[in-house]
Write a protein that binds this ligand. Sequence first.
Ligand code: UN1
Length: 509
Amino acid sequence: MNIAAKNISVAAEAAAILEKLGVDKALYTQGDMPSYSPVTGEKIGNLKTVSAAEAAERIEKADAAYRAWRLVPAPKRGELVRLLGEELRAAKDDLGRLVSIEAGKIRSEGLGEVQEMIDICDFAVGLSRQLYGLTIATERPGHRMMETWHPLGVVGIISAFNFPVAVWSWNAALALICGDSIVWKPSEKTPLTALASQAILDRALARFGDAPEGLSQLLIGDRAIGEVLVDHPKVPLVSATGSTRMGRDVGPRLAKRFARAILELGGNNAGIVCPSADLDMALRAIAFGAMGTAGQRCTTLRRLFVHKSVYDQLVPRLKKAYQSVSVGDPLQSSALVGPLIDKAAFDGMQKAIAEAKSHGGSVTGGERVDVGHADGFYVKPALVEMSKQAGPVFEETFAPILYVMPYDDFDAVLEDHNAVAAGLSSSIFTRDMQESERFLAADGSDCGIANVNIGTSGAEIGGAFGGEKETGGGRESGSDAWRAYMRRATNTVNYSKALPLAQGVSFDI
Ligand code: UN1
């Protein structure tokens, strides 16, 4: 098959999936915002965008929908999310393939992303019967104190290209059971999967029957449209996933109007391989964490500290894995590493590698790979041996570069581990309980996610997801992340005939 024929098939395939999922063709063929597949570099859509005025109108509609939705009992709201989970199960293969076409993920990871959506729906359905508030002992006789969790309002969702639909679903599923409406500004790099997800939710809404109109809105557009969402007074919470640079802009804007922010920004995640580590296990975990998704997860393993006593056993094997890993078209091959999202990502990777070399780094891989698509940016993942952290090691480069460094002192390596600006994910490989517990302790890893004997990426939805420092501090997905999507009211009820004041204050008139 020649390249042109392959190119036609990617665009045609995307169109066929969108049609099957019931997306209005005009939305992705008759607009002026082009979208491309990183698989071939081919244009796969011309998206209709919304104007700032239209975006504001949609937010108003979502606000009106919220006002009705908040009165629907939470378990009934859960029924909508249950139906969404069913529709996602039915659409898993198609949506997963569209994720591969649009974000360049290998098939298994495209499907895994949709599975993550299904999982959060299941979680949210259960949660819809568990939005518990506390009953609290009061100091006054004949009183009762409790807290009630109420819906919050319109939840703005800003998502990134690398998890184009799962991160939306984390927010959407929780927001919907919490009684909120949702307005989604997806990445400009992945608008088609957003249209598809909205269509899938529309099916669930149709089956549900009487949900208020406008409960879920989609804003296709550029940064200016994201700003409308961030600045709109009727959006009390914005959950934004993307670069730290984006978060630096979004965070203060939200703070200025006292809106809530859930920020999930950059990661510069590290692993530590200790002397007692199971090296076979560590090797597999490191390979997936560093090379999986072509290094384009916010949880990707980017720094690896290996104890000197096992360095020469592990690192040569790791280098071999880097040399032999299959890089290729995620749709037409069984490759483990697909393309980078675009040329800018490729240029950023080359720049970081050059900088690492200038700091004494020794590089395996990193070169462009020709898979037969002239406009696709495929690379061999890069393993860069450094004597210590320097230059680009301190930055997140959104590409498959793993910096590997030796260590010999545990306290010192913990310090190096925490010496970067981001604080998302981390892992330690050890069979020594003192080391693993120390890593998880208050003076251990400073990240939102700290793992033992598994890699940094591929978190399950059941835990709270997010990180500290320049990662932004937000938590999404499982555990009690739902609380951020609701407002808490503390209620004190006096069922006595007296009016005792708290703190023993007397005020007799
Ligand atoms: C992201 O890269 O923004 O833990 C999210 C993981 C996935 C989610 C990543 N479950 O790698």
